[in-house]
Write a protein that binds this ligand. Structure first.
Ligand SMILES: *[C@@H]1O[C@H](CO)[C@@H](O)[C@H](O)[C@H]1NC(C)=O
Ligand SMILES: *[C@@H]1O[C@H](CO)[C@@H](O)[C@H](O)[C@H]1NC(C)=O
Length: 341
């Protein structure tokens, strides 16, 4: 399906909530306040978007929707933080280069970052007409496992995929592994979170077990939540567009023809893709949006301009290390550590 056919749904669906918005880059650093709070540097590099209350440690009792003073997101009441690993290109000579991020169609001018979705499910009609309960202050979650390197492992997660972009509108097919051929408009990494909450815990030791996938079917088809996790929450989804186009010459790809991209945790397969989330919408703004007939745009919510999004930054340098230009190794040297295990 092409993005344009999603837009066409808007014309036939009178009561729907699906918000889709761009967020510029907040910072790119080796920091992870969810999995490695207080640890500097964290094992691998992340790219982070959202509110400027982001920090090396983030106390869940602190309301970042109140504490933050700016956000890189288009909806200016969203001070949540969203992050993923960072993609690198490995040249034939063994040097690495960080792959730049580019905005999706409709968010031109935004500095890198990601596109974020919150969706109601489809009740079998794919039209986002169900009721969902928004996440609450203090809520956080992770999906994906950075150490996974096989399809068998990654099958545990249902919807963490890649799209090889022929142009910025390409949405299918998706694969669980990195694309194996050059992608003319880049590689889009898609991370969809589970949609059933236990209704009690804002977090879990593994940052995952308070959440579950529908018992049968999918979120999109209106699949029911299991009794252990009965509360239907919006489907959170990230799209990150990695502009691999400057690395597409086959002469700089490995001689055996294999694909040259690698995640910041040293993953050449793509199966280690993961996304992190710390909720930070101000007050009840997310619930209000989910209860309104918002489709992509949302008059219920306040918005800000692209220059205002780009201006918000997290300026503290937690780890002073090079991440740009040609590098001898990925920051933190995750590959070497794996080999010495
Ligand atoms: C981050 O946390 C440190 C203490 O751990 C604090 O000194 C600093 O001001 C915080 N930064 C922001 C932007 O809140
Ligand atoms: C490695 O290859 C890249 C791409 O061809 C080149 O730009 C870079 O200068 C090379 N690095 C070294 C150390 O030779």
């Amino acid at each position: 399906m092409h993005w344009s056919s999603l837009t066409a749904l808007a014309l036939v669906a009178p009561s729907t909530a699906l918000i889709r918005f761009g967020c510029s880059q907040l910072t790119v650093q080796r920091v992870d306040p969810l999995v490695n709070p207080g640890i500097s540097p964290s094992p691998h590099l992340h790219q982070i978007i959202g509110g400027n209350a982001f920090n090396i440690s983030m106390d869940p009792r602190e309301d970042i929707g109140e504490k933050a003073t700016c956000t890189t997101c288009q909806f200016s009441e969203d001070f949540s933080n969203y992050w993923t690993a960072v993609l690198f290109f490995r040249a034939r000579n063994g040097s690495y280069h960080r792959v730049p991020q580019v905005p999706n169609i409709g968010f031109e001018g935004s500095n890198g970052g990601m596109t974020v979705y919150y969706m109601q499910d489809g009740l079998a009609n794919y039209q986002q007409t169900s009721k969902v309960t928004a996440f609450k202050q203090g809520f956080r979650m992770l999906i994906g496992e950075a150490s996974y390197r096989s399809k068998q492992q990654a099958t545990r997660f249902r919807q963490i995929t890649y799209t090889c972009l022929q142009d910025l509108g390409t949405r299918f097919p998706e694969s669980m592994h990195f694309p194996t051929k050059p992608c003319p408009a880049g590689i889009m990494a898609n991370v969809r979170f589970p949609t059933c909450w236990d209704g009690k815990n804002l977090d879990a030791p593994d940052h995952m077990s308070h959440m579950a996938y529908p018992e049968s079917g999918t979120f999109e088809s209106g699949g029911p939540c299991p009794a252990s996790h009965p509360v239907r929450v919006p489907q959170l989804m990230y799209e990150t567009i990695w502009d691999t186009s400057q690395f597409n010459e086959k002469e700089v790809w490995p001689e055996d023809g294999s694909q040259p991209f690698v995640w910041s945790m040293g993953d050449h397969t793509g199966f280690g893709s993961h996304g992190d989330y710390i909720f930070g919408w101000k007050g009840d703004s997310l619930q209000r949006a989910m209860d309104s007939a918002c489709y992509v745009n949302c008059p219920t919510l306040k918005t800000q301009s692209v220059p205002a999004m780009n201006k918000c930054k997290y300026n503290e340098v937690l780890v002073d290390e090079p991440i740009d230009g040609w590098l001898d190794s990925i920051p933190g040297n995750p590959m070497e550590k794996m080999e010495s295990k």
